[in-house]
Design a protein around this ligand. Structure first.
Ligand SMILES: Cc1ncc(COP(=O)(O)O)c(C=O)c1O
Length: 404
C-alpha cells in the first residue's frame, strides 16, 4: 500500500514489521480504539470502518453491552473447558439454537471459521461413513488442512499441499457440474451461499433448491459455511432458510467471524439427526465453549436484537443501493444485506486506496473490479451517505488524473 503511515504510527508500524511475520498486506495505520462504525488510530484520526476487521465487528466496535458482558465474565471465571458444565455456556447454546432455523437443534463450539468447517466435514464423514467432499470454485473455507483442501479459490489450495484426499470441485451455481461429481461416495457438499472473497457472488434460489434435492437423492449432507453470511449480516439471522436461498435449510451451518464481536469463537449448528450420531470424543477442542467467549456470544446476539440491527441492515442496504444507482462508474451492486460488493467499470484497488486516504476503510476481493463492504450491522444511513460522498470524490479525482 502506497499511503505513508502518520507520524505517531511510525514506531508501531516499524516495531510490528520487525517482529511479526510479514503475512499480511496491512493498511499503514495503528488502531487504538473503536466505537460503532468508527475506528480511531494512534494519532486519534477517525476512520469510517466499512470492513470491520474481516467482517468481525458485526455489532460495531466495542459495543457497550458486549464489553460489559465480557468484563463481568472475565472477573468471575475466564475459562474452564467442556469437562465441567457452565451456565454461561448453556445460555449461549440455548440462545444460538433459538435463533437458528427450527431443524438445527444442537451446537458445537470451537474457535474459528476454519475449525468450524473442519468439524462440519468430520461430522458429515462420521455420520455418512463416506469420505468425499464437494465444494465450489471460488469458495473460501479456511487455512487448516481439510478446509484449505476444500478451498478452490486462487492459490489457497496449492498452499495447503499435500492436500487432504477426497475433495472434489464443482462450478458454483451450476447444478449440472455438481451432478457430474456427485455420487454415493460423497459425504457432504459444502458452500459459502454468498462467496465473499471471490467478489460477493451468489446463486439463484433455484440452484439452492436443486442442490438440496441432489443431497437428499444421494444421501449427502449439506453444509452452509455461514462464517460471513451468518449472525445477521444478510439482514436475516442466517442465509439458511431465507428467500434468497429458496428457503433451503442445510444439515449443518458453520459460524465464526462476528459471532463473538471480536472474541474468537466458532460454531457448528447441526440437525438432531446428526447430533444423535455424534459420540463422546468424536470432536473436541480445548478452548471451544470457554466462558468469556460464551458471554460474548450471548451478548452479541442480544445486542443485535436490542438495537434492531436486522431491520437496520435491510433499510440501510436499500438506501445504499439507491445511492450506488446514481454513480455512473458503478456497474453493479452484488450481495445481500451488509455483505456487499460494488462492481466498478474500472479497477477497485485504486478506489480502495483513495478511500483510505479519505479515512474510509473498505475491502478488496479476488475480483479486481469489486470493492467489498462488510460493515457493522448498526451502520446508519447517514454514514452510508458519507461513504457515497467520499466514493464520488475518489472516482472524480481518479477520472481527472486519467484525463491529465
Ligand atoms: C466464508 C469463510 N469461511 C471460513 C473462513 C475461515 O475463518 P477463520 O479465519 O476464522 O479460520 C473465512 C475467513 O475469512 C471465511 O470468510
Amino acid at each position: 500500500m502506497k499511503t505513508e503511515p502518520p507520524q505517531s504510527s511510525i514506531a508501531i508500524v516499524s516495531s510490528e514489521d520487525r517482529f511479526q511475520l510479514a503475512t499480511y498486506k496491512k493498511m499503514p495505520i495503528a488502531a487504538v480504539r473503536g466505537k460503532g462504525v468508527w475506528l480511531y488510530t494512534s494519532d486519534d484520526e477517525k476512520y469510517l470502518d466499512l470492513y470491520g476487521g474481516h467482517a468481525v465487528a458485526g455489532t460495531g466496535h466495542s459495543h457497550p453491552h458486549v464489553v460489559a458482558a465480557i468484563a463481568e465474565q472475565a472477573g468471575k471465571l475466564l475459562f474452564y473447558s467442556n469437562l465441567v458444565y457452565s451456565e454461561v455456556r448453556a445460555t449461549a447454546a440455548e440462545k444460538l439454537v433459538s435463533i437458528a432455523p427450527d431443524s438445527l437443534t444442537k451446537v458445537f463450539f470451537c474457535n474459528s471459521g476454519t475449525e468450524a468447517n473442519e468439524n462440519a466435514m468430520r461430522m458429515a464423514r462420521l455420520t455418512t461413513g463416506r469420505d468425499n467432499i464437494i465444494t465450489f470454485s471460488g469458495g473460501f473455507h479456511g487455512r487448516t488442512a481439510d478446509s484449505i483442501s476444500a478451498t478452490f479459490l486462487g492459490k489457497y489450495r496449492e498452499l495447503g499441499k499435500p492436500n487432504v484426499p477426497g475433495h472434489r470441485q464443482a462450478e458454483f451455481g451450476d447444478i449440472e457440474s455438481l451432478r457430474a461429481v456427485a455420487d454415493e461416495t460423497v459425504a457432504a457438499i459444502m458452500l459459502e451461499p454468498i462467496q465473499s472473497m471471490a467478489g460477493v457472488r451468489t446463486a439463484t434460489p433455484h440452484f439452492f433448491k436443486e442442490l438440496k434435492n441432489l443431497c437428499d437423492e444421494l444421501g449427502m449432507a449439506l453444509i452452509y459455511d455461514e462464517v460471513q453470511t451468518g449472525v445477521g449480516r444478510t439482514g436475516e439471522w442466517f442465509f439458511a432458510g431465507s428467500g434468497a436461498g429458496g428457503g433451503i435449510v442445510p444439515d449443518i451451518i458453520t459460524l465464526a467471524k462476528s459471532l463473538g464481536s471480536g472474541i474468537p469463537v466458532g460454531a457448528c449448528l447441526v440437525t438432531e439427526k446428526i447430533a444423535s450420531q455424534i459420540k463422546e470424543n468424536d470432536l473436541g477442542t480445548t478452548f471451544g465453549g470457554g466462558m468469556v467467549a460464551m458471554a460474548a456470544v450471548t451478548a452479541t446476539l442480544e445486542a443485535i436484537e436490542n438495537d434492531s440491527m436486522l431491520n437496520n441492515v435491510k433499510e440501510v442496504e436499500a438506501h445504499f443501493r439507491n445511492l450506488m444507482a446514481e454513480i455512473p462508474q458503478v456497474s453493479k451492486v452484488r450481495g445481500l444485506g451488509f455483505l456487499l460488493g460494488i462492481e466498478f467499470k474500472e479497477k477497485a484497488a485504486p478506489i480502495h486506496e483513495g478511500l483510505l486516504e479519505r479515512k474510509v476503510i473498505t475491502g478488496t476481493s479476488s475480483d479486481p473490479n469489486v470493492l467489498r463492504l462488510l460493515p457493522a450491522l448498526c451502520l446508519s444511513a447517514s454514514a452510508m451517505d458519507l461513504f457515497a460522498r467520499e466514493l464520488k470524490s475518489v472516482l472524480d479525482s481518479l477520472g481527472s488524473k486519467r484525463k491529465a
